[in-house]
Design a protein. Structure first.
Lengths: 313, 304
């Protein structure tokens, strides 16, 4: 279906351009912007197949072509597997814990009848979403420090005898990052589920109540199925983004002691690609990341399609 | 469907208990969310030497404004603050204008290149050049150590284009048609009909842009760390945080703190004060604009 020419009589292109010249004017600068800042870097993927060491007078195509050499180096680097383990490990942890919690929170919030309380809870819990990771990292560093509130409570309840230095224990790092992510985004992520819940037909609940359903049964048989589409969409997107867990919190909360567990893919690129100037290698990692991301998104979408009978994206 | 009176009372009690439990859990979540902010505030208002003794919760023990005085005396922090403000205002302003223009053009069903351009932008959300190519591009454009690197590369948030387009699609088309009949050209339709009606969504995305700019630190780190006059507030905060982290990793925090006893200020107190300064603008604006943010989220969801 050709949605571009709506008039049955085909106007010559040049006439259309003149007629819509203002629209073109409005959007043209940004097309140029997109080409420069979004599409031009894609040319940079070429670097991954070359030995790119920037020298004056060399054009993009002048550098020696080395095929898959950098990718092979990548897959041979033991650090790479460590990094992938960290990235996927943290992503899985974040998914298992961070995905259901906003849904549960939204369901609980929906049970609150008093509008004032509800608004108060929402306003408070949305707040961490708006502060930067720098601030959140600082907060967690303070909270989990030797004389922070967490240690204080643990000591108070005699769970531990001495303050725990959380940030010097590598195995705790994933849990810390997941907690930080949940703390920051729980409220915000629940918005979309709350909106989905409110769009469920209230007569369903009334009917269930008349039939003697308990609150829990209502939730299980009405609420959850009612928002199952939303849950699926968000889940598919989250899986697609798994390899792009980012690096901000790992960088900000990490230190030299926990690097074994803290280094994620983007930090790997930062260290090797930019800091060491190994541009070709760093680009290869970037390409790998994009490819995996697309595969993940596509697969998750396919699975969802098979399960629910309709594609998500 | 007749229940015995006792049974009804039992159900009512059970509901009440569940309600109470739910409220309790939710309240606990609120406390866990808010406490850290109060804690940071308290430490920032507390005398540095006293803070070392520990035990500060949500009230300062030895009140002082000394930490803030030190922050506002520091020329780098002042520069950082000013840069952050300028960047936020400019970034949000340009962001709104550009997003509105693109979204309007894309909302016009009769625009000849509509599908093509919509796809052009959509693809960029899924495929990205990666950190290295984008870094080198900025370098080759000569934007290293410049203020424009804060504004230009990120001038448009692609996702927001779709939020605005959804909104425009929801406006009655009769208005545009009427203006067209009255002889308005596309630009006039845009400025006189669309823009005034789009005030809510402009507020929403304006705030999204503003928050994004205010919270940015990585671009400062990557591109402008060589030029201290271009520093931003979050970046400075990050540097202070990094110092604390390095110290903590080496179990040297206690030692450092003892050494700091000689001075009236400590890195931690400074960090708390800077954190509050970096958070306050958001807190001040937040209650008024919260509804716009939430609307933006649900608008985006409707599009999905």
């Amino acid at each position: 279906m050709d949605g571009q020419k709506l008039k049955p009589d085909k106007k010559p292109l040049i006439k259309i351009i003149i007629k819509q010249r203002y629209l073109i004017l409005m959007v043209l600068p940004f097309i140029i912007w997109a080409v420069i800042f979004k599409y031009l870097p894609l040319w940079g993927w070429l670097m991954a197949f070359q030995d790119y060491k920037p020298r004056a007078g060399m054009g993009m195509l002048d550098y020696p072509f080395v095929g898959l050499k950098h990718f092979i180096t990548l897959f041979k680097d033991p650090m790479f597997y460590n990094v992938m383990r960290n990235t996927l490990g943290m992503s899985f942890m974040q998914l298992f814990i961070g995905f259901p919690l906003p849904i549960i929170f939204a369901i609980m919030l929906n049970e609150v009848k008093n509008i004032r309380y509800k608004k108060f809870i929402q306003t408070s819990t949305y707040l961490p979403h708006f502060v930067s990771w720098v601030i959140v990292a600082g907060i967690f560093t303070t909270i989990l420090s030797g004389d922070g509130i967490v240690n204080e409570l643990l000591l108070f309840f005699n769970i531990i005898k001495e303050p725990v230095s959380f940030f010097s224990m590598p195995k705790w790092f994933w849990a810390i990052c997941t907690s930080a992510e949940v703390w920051k985004e729980l409220g915000w992520n629940s918005i979309i589920f709350l909106a989905a819940i409110t769009s469920i037909d209230p007569t369903l609940y009334e009917a269930a109540k008349v039939d003697g359903a308990s609150r829990l049964q209502s939730i299980r048989h009405i609420t959850l199925p009612g928002i199952s589409n939303t849950i699926l969409v968000i889940l598919v997107l989250e899986i697609g983004w798994m390899i792009s867990i980012g690096f901000e919190k790992q960088y900000l909360m990490g230190n030299s002691l926990v690097q074994d567990y803290a280094k994620v893919l983007d930090l790997y690129v930062l260290d090797y690609g930019i800091k060491l100037g190994r541009y070709s290698f760093g680009t290869a990692i970037g390409i790998f990341k994009s490819v995996v991301s697309i595969i993940l998104l596509y697969s998750a979408n396919k699975i969802a399609k098979r399960w629910k009978g309709q594609a998500v994206i | 469907m007749l229940f015995r009176k006792g049974h009804r009372r039992k159900i009512r009690l059970k509901t009440r208990i569940m309600d109470g439990l739910i409220m309790l859990i939710l309240l606990l979540i609120v406390i866990v969310t808010i406490y850290p902010f109060l804690n940071v505030l308290a430490i920032s208002l507390n005398d540095a030497n006293d803070t070392i003794k520990g035990g500060i919760h949500i009230f300062p023990r030895v009140f002082t404004l000394r930490n803030y005085k030190e922050v506002f005396k520091d020329p780098i922090l002042i520069t950082a603050f000013i840069n952050s403000v300028i960047r936020t205002v400019l970034g949000a302003g340009f962001g709104i204008i550009s997003t509105m223009m693109v979204a309007y053009v894309l909302s016009r069903r009769d625009f000849f290149a509509r599908k093509f351009i919509a796809n052009l932008f959509a693809i960029t959300m899924y495929i990205s050049g990666g950190m290295i190519p984008e870094f080198l591009l900025i370098k080759q454009l000569g934007m290293i150590n410049s203020f424009s690197v804060y504004i230009v590369p990120g001038i448009l948030g692609i996702y927001y284009i779709y939020i605005v387009r959804s909104f425009i699609d929801g406006l009655p088309s009769a208005l545009q048609e009427a203006a067209c009949i009255d002889g308005a050209n596309d630009i006039q339709i845009f400025t006189r009909v669309i823009l005034p009606l789009c005030k809510p969504v402009m507020a929403t995305i304006g705030l999204y842009y503003a928050v994004s700019h205010w919270n940015s630190w990585f671009d400062t780190y990557l591109f402008n760390s060589g030029e201290s006059s271009l520093t931003t507030l979050q970046y400075e905060l990050m540097k202070v945080l990094n110092n604390s982290n390095t110290a903590a990793a080496g179990h040297m925090l206690k030692m450092k703190q003892n050494a700091q006893n000689v001075h009236a200020i400590s890195p931690q107190s400074m960090r708390m004060a800077i954190t509050i300064v970096a958070t306050v603008p958001i807190l001040v604006v937040y209650p008024f604009v919260q509804k716009y943010f939430v609307k933006g989220m649900t608008l985006g969801a409707v599009k999905d």
